[in-house]
Structures are given as structure tokens and as C-alpha cells.
Design a protein around this ligand. Structure first.
Ligand SMILES: [Fe+2]
Length: 237
């Protein structure tokens, strides 16, 4: 698949990964859980290779930000999954819309805008995924209340959704697509700052930039789940 040079800069050195899977899960639950995650990721990749890679990078950025914010390991685990599957509802968007290389018509755009709710509908079927599902559902809400699907404003928007929106936009800006070259990180940081307070939560933009700039991120394993770490390395290789 097409890679972004920027992500290669962030590629982590392979080393022993310590999983921080919540202790409350039994071994059987863990293996069933891994299988569920793997299957959903494979389905997403079959639908759209770009969205698969994008989702892994968004999860990577989100976990880096979560660590910067000192979120608990339980929260990091949930944030990782929410970010990983924020766009899973795109499976339910027709290829003629999702993969259209040119500008969407108004009708097509309305169809595309249903994907966060579709992501949420799929995720809320999984036990204990309520918070994860809400992060996905609201990842296109704007801080000023002009986003979708619910027009939530400021801190009424779930924290995960506010983080995912920043990571999502950053990845969209910095990824190289067939029709345009990705922006340099520094240029994308400026864009995030410019839209702080309107589109993005200003405090989270600061955390995001400082997390991504940190040298240590380049050399450490980020993900909570070994499986996701492995997929990310596959994507970046
Ligand atoms: Fe999205």
C-alpha cells in the first residue's frame, strides 16, 4: 500500500512489547477479543486499504496523545480501540461514494456523513464497548458545535472523539494520496493551531503537537494491544 514518508519517521523500532491488556479479562476472553479485532481490521482492509492504514495511524497518534495526557492504561486501551475503529462504519458506505476520486455531490456527502453513526452502531454490539462506540460516533463533531452527527459543542463532545478528530485530520493532511502529496508535519501543526477553538479543542491540540514532537515516541512501542502493534509495523514497513 501507499505509505506516507512521515509515518516512516515515526516507525517504531521492533522490541519486546509488553501488552497492558486489562487484567479483568480471562485468557479465553483475550483470545476471542484478539480474533474479533483482527477480523474487523481485515474486513476494513478488504473494503478500503487506505482506510485500514489511516485507522492504524490515527490509533497510533491517539495513544501517543493519551500517554502525553497521562490517561490510565484502561483509558488508553479504550482510546486505542475507539481510534482504530472510528471509521469502521465506512464498510457500510457504497464504494461509488467512498472511493470516488473526485468531489462528492451533496447527496453523496450526506451518505458519507452517516459513517460515524454506522461505526457506533457496529461497535455498540460488542460488550463493554459503549465508550469506544461514543468516541467513534462523535469524531466529526466540531468544538464550536458545527460538526455532525449531533452538533455537540466543547467538552460535551466525548474526550475520545475530540482526540480522534485531531489525529484524523492530521493524518489526512500528512498522508500522500494519488492526487496530492502529504503536508510536512510542521505545516500540519500550523493548520491544527489555526483551527483550535473552532474545529478542535485547543488544549488537546497542544497535547497533540507536544506528543508527536517527542523524540521518545519514535523509539518506543505505543499500542496497548500487541496485535495492533504488529499490524501497524506491517503497514509502516
Ligand atoms: Fe471519519
Amino acid at each position: 500500500m501507499k505509505k506516507s514518508g512521515n509515518v516512516l519517521e515515526l516507525k517504531m523500532k521492533r522490541k519486546e512489547v509488553k501488552s497492558s491488556f486489562p487484567k479483568s479479562y480471562s485468557e479465553l476472553e483475550k483470545s476471542n477479543f484478539d480474533l474479533t479485532i483482527k477480523t474487523l481490521l481485515s474486513a476494513l482492509r478488504l473494503k478500503d486499504d487506505y482506510t485500514w492504514g489511516h485507522s492504524l495511524r490515527v490509533a497510533f497518534f491517539c495513544v501517543a496523545v493519551g500517554k502525553e495526557m497521562n490517561l490510565s492504561s484502561e483509558e488508553l486501551f479504550e482510546l486505542e480501540l475507539s481510534a482504530l475503529f472510528h471509521d469502521i462504519g465506512k464498510i457500510g458506505v457504497p464504494d461509488s461514494v467512498l472511493l470516488k476520486p473526485s468531489r462528492l455531490t451533496e447527496e453523496e456527502f450526506q451518505e458519507m456523513k452517516l459513517h460515524p453513526s454506522k461505526s457506533a452502531a457496529l461497535l455498540e454490539e460488542i460488550p463493554n464497548f459503549q465508550k469506544i462506540s461514543m468516541g467513534a460516533k462523535h469524531h466529526h463533531e466540531r468544538f464550536d458545535g458545527r460538526g455532525y452527527p449531533s452538533g455537540l459543542k466543547g467538552e460535551d463532545i466525548p474526550l475520545f472523539a475530540r482526540i480522534i478528530l485531531i489525529a484524523d485530520t492530521f493524518d489526512a493532511m500528512t498522508s500522500t494520496r494519488p492526487y496530492r502529496k502529504g503536508l510536512a508535519y510542521e505545516v500540519a501543526f500550523e493548520e491544527l493551531i489555526e483551527f483550535s477553538g473552532s474545529q478542535f479543542d485547543p488544549k488537546l491540540v497542544k497535547h497533540f503537537i507536544s506528543a508527536i514532537k517527542k523524540e521518545e515516541i519514535k523509539n518506543s512501542s505505543t499500542f496497548t494491544l500487541n496485535l495492533v502493534q504488529g499490524e501497524f509495523e506491517k503497514e509502516a514497513a
